[in-house]
Design a protein around this ligand. Structure first.
Ligand code: DO4
Ligand code: MG
Length: 275
């Protein structure tokens, strides 16, 4: 079951058919602990619409906070150790990779999030920027993973590498987070073989491509959620990016006009252009 937030309203895709979903708001729908069951009932009660994948897609977020986990893949640990070695920060990343407590950081408020086909941004004062393709969990107020989406944790590697304490500036700025194209609503975990792939096109030509699989993630999604919900409440639920396992080589930086395509096949493809 896929849930889309579109300009005219909320749509669910079930068995290849689209249905309108009646809800006063996105937030009031997605906070439900029984979201999958509720949507199944709505789809059974409603006539299918004769539409294909909707256009006018909005990011699948209402008023939720967006959080992120870091250094959950060996590739991210490696890249971060390298970028920060001059600043004496390398050791932090190795320690957090092996530590019991994960790295969790605040990524975005809803107004900084963009949806499918919208422009993501590079910071004006950054020289080295990359996309981070990540599986994103949607977690209910009760702490249950009720959905999944695709995320791009845009990052300024030079700022982060200069000093780990600059992380919030490297990570949080306008249009630094993309989510979409939909929420995959499921009570099942995604299989470990699920692949995340990134393609970057420059002037229509491949500039970088990489693939990883969820089995490469060091932590379980539930473990990340358990830490995030310790001593914190999320009345409207919450999004959690689970970290990147794909980092382009150090010689690569994004340019304005680059097209970023992130695919996680059970969810879809999130496409954004650098503005
Ligand atoms: O530790 C810095 C951020 C790590 C991150 O965003 C990631 O591993 O995906
Ligand atoms: Mg990240």
């Amino acid at each position: 079951m896929k849930l889309y937030r579109t300009r005219p309203g909320i749509l669910a895709e079930h068995n290849g058919q689209f249905h309108t979903i009646d809800s006063p708001s996105w937030d009031e729908l997605v906070v439900r602990e029984d979201l999958l069951r509720f949507l199944m009932q709505q789809c059974e009660q409603r006539q299918a619409l004769g539409v294909s994948v909707p256009d006018n897609l909005l990011p699948p977020i209402g008023s939720q906070e967006v959080w992120a986990a870091g250094v959950t893949y060996f590739r991210s640990r490696d890249a971060r150790m390298e970028e920060s070695k001059g600043a004496g920060g390398g050791d932090f990343y190795d320690r957090v990779y092996h530590a019991e407590r994960p790295e969790l950081f605040f990524k975005s408020t809803p107004h900084r999030v963009v949806g499918p086909e919208a422009k993501v941004a590079i910071r004006q004062d950054a020289r080295w920027s990359v996309p981070e393709p990540e599986l994103v969990l949607f977690i209910s107020p009760g702490g249950k993973i009720t959905g999944y989406t695709i995320g791009n944790d845009m990052s300024s590697r030079d700022i982060e590498g200069e000093n780990p304490l600059y992380l919030p500036q490297a990570k949080v700025y306008d249009r630094s987070c993309a989510l979409g194209p939909c929420l995959l609503i499921s009570n099942e975990s995604l299989p470990a073989a699920t692949e995340i792939s990134l393609q970057i096109l420059r002037a229509g030509e491949p500039a970088f491509a990489g693939t990883t699989a969820l089995r490469e993630m060091k932590r379980k999604p539930e473990e990340l959620v358990e830490y995030l919900y310790r001593s914190s409440t999320f009345p409207q639920g919450c999004f959690l990016l689970t970290g990147t396992g794909i980092v382009p080589p150090d010689s690569f930086t994004l340019h304005a006009g680059d097209e970023i395509r992130i695919t996680i096949s059970p969810i879809g493809t999130l496409v954004n252009v650098v503005g």
